[in-house]
Design a binder for this molecule. Structure first.
Ligand code: AMP
Length: 121
C-alpha cells in the first residue's frame, strides 16, 4: 500500500492541523488521542512516511526504529505510568481496524485495562 500524504497524521506532522502535543524529538511526535479510550491515551508517530508497522519495521533505518521506540518509552515514563502499567497497541491493516494509514503506537493507561481483546461478538 502506497503512503497517502493526505492522511491526518501526515497533516499533523506538517503542522496543517493542530494536535495536543505531549512530546517531540527528531524521530517521533506524541499527542493525545482525539477520542480517548482510557484516562491516558497518547499516540506516538514516527516522523517518516510509513503506512503501518509492517512498513516501518521493514523500511525504516535502525536509527529511526531505535529513536522511535525510545521515544515511546520516554513518553510513557513521562506520563508517570511505568509503575501502575500501560498497554501499547499498534494496529496494522484491516483485521486490526487500523484507521489512519501512518504508523502509530497507542499508549493506553490510567486504569486497569481489562483483557487484551474485547470479547468476540
Ligand atoms: P487506529 O485505529 O489504530 O488507526 O487509530 C487511529 C486513532 O487516531 C484513533 O484512536 C483516533 O481517535 C485517533 N485520531 C484520529 N484523528 C485524530 C486527530 N486529529 N488527533 C488525534 N487523534 C486522532
Amino acid at each position: 500500500m502506497a503512503y497517502d500524504d493526505a492522511n491526518i497524521f501526515a497533516r499533523i506532522l506538517r503542522g496543517e492541523i493542530p494536535c495536543d502535543k505531549v512530546y517531540e524529538d527528531a524521530h517521533a511526535l506524541a499527542f493525545k488521542d482525539i477520542n480517548p479510550q482510557a484516562p491516558q491515551h497518547v499516540l506516538v508517530i514516527p516522523k517518516g512516511a510509513y503506512v503501518s508497522f509492517a512498513d516501518f519495521s521493514a523500511g525504516a533505518s535502525t536509527e529511526a526504529i531505535a529513536g522511535f521506540f525510545r521515544a515511546v518509552g520516554k513518553v510513557a515514563s513521562d506520563l508517570g505510568v511505568d509503575a501502575p502499567g500501560y498497554r501499547l497497541i499498534a494496529n496494522h491493516g484491516p483485521d486490526s481496524h487500523q484507521e489512519v494509514p501512518h504508523f502509530h503506537v497507542h499508549i493506553l493507561a490510567g486504569r486497569p485495562l481489562g483483557p487484551m481483546l474485547a470479547a468476540r461478538s
